[in-house]
Design a binder for this molecule. Sequence first.
Ligand code: NAP
Length: 251
Amino acid sequence: MNTTRTAVVTGAARGIGAAVAKRLAADGLSVAVIDLDEEACKPVVEEIEAAGGRALAVGVDVADEPGVQGAVDRIARELGAPTVLVNNAGITRDNLLFKMTADDWDAVMNVHLRGSFLMTRAVQGHMTEAGWGRIVNLSSTSALGNRGQANYSAAKAGIQGLTKTLAIELGRFGVTANAIAPGFIETEMTAETARRIGMTFDEFKAAAAMQIPVARTGRPEDIAHAVSFFAGEGAGFVSGQVLYVAGGPQD
Ligand code: NAP
């Protein structure tokens, strides 16, 4: 347990981000719970506090440059200098290429790539100053290519390149950077995909589980467990890696 470190988790009002925030708090870190809507972050903060942890709700769009800087300054002031960053905020705007609008492309690039870049740039000074840091970026199995996701798969492959470069640039300051590439995880994001293709979520999960070697779909806690490993004190020699957490191997 280490009660002195502060973590920042983006897109943490629900889904994978909320599970990651709760897990890192249980690991003993103070956690900034970032999402677009500050009010929406409060139930996660309250849950962490009820369990004896320390957390702060912060509303910001990760693609908003001045907003991100202001949010990180506030976190450093109110919670402590952040030395763990989990870039998790994400959106999908799925469509086949010929129907995909430039706005769908830009929206996905902005949240995943611009957002991860801005957040990392704003936080890295605290990490290099501390001589210690952990960056964990959320990629996806879609980085390997996925029908209807030209924008999302490109962004998630981009996250892998960003991660490897961060590992190379920041390693000498005691900072590691790794990516987690989840397969099918039960969240609002996959529930929305089920709605879009006209299946119930249970049907969609059952169909997905048939293709997954461990014969089930993933849960947010499965990803939180992997984040906890990368963020831990003992993982300082693991950097620039992409860990597929998908219930089976991925190419
Ligand atoms: P989710 O349930 O949709 O949660 C994503 C959260 O991010 C939402 O609370 C959303 O807020 C927030 N967000 C969106 N845009 C933001 C922005 N610009 N600034 C700040 N917050 C923003 O998604 P999830 O399934 O937990 O996914 C989390 C991450 O894992 C994403 O990066 C996703 O691409 C990745 N992932 C998910 C799966 C999966 O199967 N679920 C698989 C592979 C990778 P609003 O609700 O206000 O939009």
